[in-house]
Each structure stands twice: as structure tokens, then as C-alpha cells.
Design a protein around this ligand. Structure first.
Ligand code: AQP
Length: 333
């Protein structure tokens, strides 16, 4: 079975975008892959995180993943900072990756924005840490959103250069797994911007712990245009907010956009938004209550994450130790 690694940042409450673009696919991949699911808290601090909020968000993220169906027995669920191999390999990769490669990363440009000089060095080398996350386990498949494709190419460039520089075939090539019609869910306030858990506006996203009233309000207020829903897919091209809502509806019903337009095309947004709200509430309510159940037993949750970290370290420690030997470090342990 191929080994998958994927991570999610505890930089806020997970959103419907994280769910449709990542978490739901993770659960589906568990049947025929050997999976490592990681709450990437080291990545989260590349932007400022209030320490007590980070702690709560990390546990909540783990609880959400479990509530969504991540299986910590057949697979491995853990917190990134609790397995040292990630930072050890990331340092080696900092010395393998070239500045020119990192300068091309569009996500750094997007996230650093205009205030580039003030961005953390961690944000700049984020892709090297991501490469280490994957290669520390010799994972060969990584389910990612479309926006992460460039980082995965960099992970392959790093592996290739390491193998070349040290004359080995040690790190394998990684293939992206880009899944599902909702590879990208957009903001409810601006259909050209990704839905993000750290967006300043709570109205821009559906949080997985939103109650039915909050979901109804956010969908009711979601930006649309005055026209009715179109009947043809190509009419969505110039209507990003409409395309987003139809895309969410399609993803939640596991249908394609054409089938949704066949059912709702020509109708106004009122009934469509009501149907979409019902769908989201029906889907997210059980996840929210399961999440609360996991969070109510913190001791059990932390114990589960500790066991996950031990199992993850048992895989990554020997791999990273071998990488260190190849680099020429004296092994005294
Ligand atoms: N809007 C989205 N649509 C589809 N997929 C998404 N993902 C994130 N947002 C969307 C996917 O979720 C996984 C985990 O993402 P992450 O938490 O590691 O980082 P991110 O992509 O930066 O997610 P956010 O929500 O936008 O976080 P912040 O606000 O902290 O930057 C990834 O597979 C991602 O593609």
C-alpha cells in the first residue's frame, strides 16, 4: 500500500473549505492507503498565534478530524511538534533547497502580501518543512488542494537534489492527489478569494463548529448577484460567487455542477440558499456534536495523540537518522 502524508494547520477552526477540499477526502483514502494525518502546529506559527488559542485549536483540530472519521487505530493521527524528526530533516532541507526556488513560491507572495519584509523567516521556508513532513516518512502520495501543487513540486526538487548531492536514491518521488469537484471552496464574501480559517471576516466562511442558525445566516448573507441561477455551466464563468455556491452544493451531494444546475437553474437564490443551508446543517451537525464529545475527554484525546506521535516517530526516526548519516553527521546514539 502506498503511504500518504497530509497535514492541516491549527490556525483557526477548520472550515467547510478544509472539509470538502481535504478532510473528507482523507477519510475516503483510508481504505486503500497507509495514512499519516498530522495537525501541523509548526506550520501554524509561521504566522502569529496566541499561545493559548494555538493549544485549544490544536486539540480542536484533532477532535474535528476524529469526528469526521479519521481512524487513529488503522492509521496515525499526531501533532507535528511532538515528532522531532520534522524539524531535524527540515534543517537539512533548508541547506538543500535554493533561494531561487523559494523565491518562486506564489503562496509566500500571497501570504506575505505587501509587507514582505515583515514576514517571518518560517513563512519563507515553510515549503522546506512541508517537504520534510513528507520525506521523513518516505510518503509517496500527498492529497493537497490545488494551491499546494507548487509546494509538492518543490518537495520533489529537494528530494532529487539531496539524492544527487549525496549519490543515493534515498527519497522517493511524491505524487499529488488532487481530489473531488470542490478542490477549492471560495470565500462567501468574495468568490475570487479562497475560504480560509484565518480570514479576518467570520462571515466569509462556514466553520465546522457553526450552529445551524449561524450557518443559515452566513448562507443567507453570502454574496450573490441579482440574476437567477443559470442553467448552463459556462454561464458560471463570469459569476464567481454563484459558481462557488453551486460548487459547494455539488460537492456536498457528490454530484457534478451540471446536475445541480439542471435541478436549480432558472430559480432564484432564495430557495437554492435554503436547500444549501439544509444540506450543510445536515452534514455538519453530527460532526460538531462528535467533536464536542472528543473534546470533553481531554485526557483520552491527549493520550491518543501521544500514541500517534510514538508510532509516527517509530517510522520517521530511522529515516531521518539515515539522512543525517548520509550528510556526514557522526552518529553517537
Ligand atoms: N478553501 C479551500 N478549499 C479547498 N481546500 C482547502 N484547503 C484549505 N482551504 C481550502 C485545504 O485544506 C488543507 C489544509 O490546509 P491548511 O490548514 O494546512 O492550510 P491552508 O490551505 O492555508 O488553509 P486555510 O484554511 O486557508 O488556513 P490559513 O487561513 O491558516 O492559511 C490543505 O490540503 C488545503 O489545500
Amino acid at each position: 500500500m502506498e503511504r500518504i502524508f497530509s497535514g492541516i494547520q491549527p490556525s483557526g477552526i477548520p472550515t467547510l473549505g478544509n472539509y470538502l477540499g481535504a478532510i473528507r477526502n482523507w477519510v475516503r483514502l483510508q481504505d486503500d492507503h497507509d495514512c499519516l494525518w498530522c495537525v501541523v502546529d509548526l506550520h501554524a506559527i509561521t504566522a502569529w498565534q496566541d499561545p493559548s488559542a494555538l493549544l485549544e485549536q490544536s486539540l480542536e483540530m484533532a477532535a474535528v478530524l476524529l469526528a469526521c472519521g479519521v481512524d487513529p487505530m488503522r492509521h496515525i493521527l499526531f501533532l507535528q511538534s511532538s515528532v522531532r524528526a520534522h524539524v531535524q530533516l527540515a534543517w537539512i532541507f533548508n541547506c538543500v533547497a535554493r533561494l531561487g526556488w523559494l523565491n518562486r513560491m506564489t503562496q509566500f507572495k500571497d501570504k506575505a502580501g505587501k509587507d514582505r519584509e515583515n514576514a517571518s523567516c518560517g513563512l519563507y521556508v515553510y515549503p522546506n518543512l512541508m517537504a520534510a513532513d513528507i520525506h521523513a516518512y518516505h510518503a509517496t502520495r500527498v492529497p493537497v488542494g490545488d494551491d499546494q501543487r507548487q509546494h509538492l513540486e518543490l518537495a520533489n526538487d529537494i528530494a532529487q537534489k539531496f539524492n544527487h548531492d549525496y549519490g543515493v536514491e534515498f527519497f522517493p518521488t511524491v505524487q499529488p492527489l488532487i481530489l473531488g469537484p470542490a478542490a477549492r471552496v471560495m470565500s462567501l464574501r468574495d468568490g475570487t478569494k479562497k475560504m480560509s480559517k484565518s480570514d479576518a471576516s467570520d462571515q466569509s466562511r462556514i466553520n465546522l463548529n457553526d450552529d445551524p442558525e449561524a450557518i443559515a445566516l452566513k448562507i443567507r448573507r453570502a454574496k450573490t448577484d441579482p440574476l437567477p441561477l443559470p442553467s448552463e455551466i459556462d454561464e458560471l464563468a463570469q459569476r464567481p460567487e454563484t459558481r462557488n455556491l453551486v460548487g459547494i452544493y455539488a460537492a456536498m451531494t457528490d454530484r457534478d455542477v451540471g446536475a445541480v444546475l439542471k435541478e436549480h437553474g432558472g430559480r432564484g437564490f432564495g430557495p437554492f440558499k435554503a436547500a444549501l443551508t439544509e444540506l450543510i446543517v445536515e452534514h455538519l451537525s453530527p460532526i460538531a456534536s462528535e467533536t464536542r464529545r472528543f473534546l470533553n475527554d481531554r485526557v483520552a484525546l491527549i493520550d491518543l495523540l501521544k500514541k500517534g506521535a510514538d508510532r509516527a516517530a517509530a517510522i520517521s526516526d530511522p529515516i531521518v537518522s539515515e539522512a543525517e548519516r548520509l550528510v556526514g553527521f557522526v552518529r553517537v546514539r
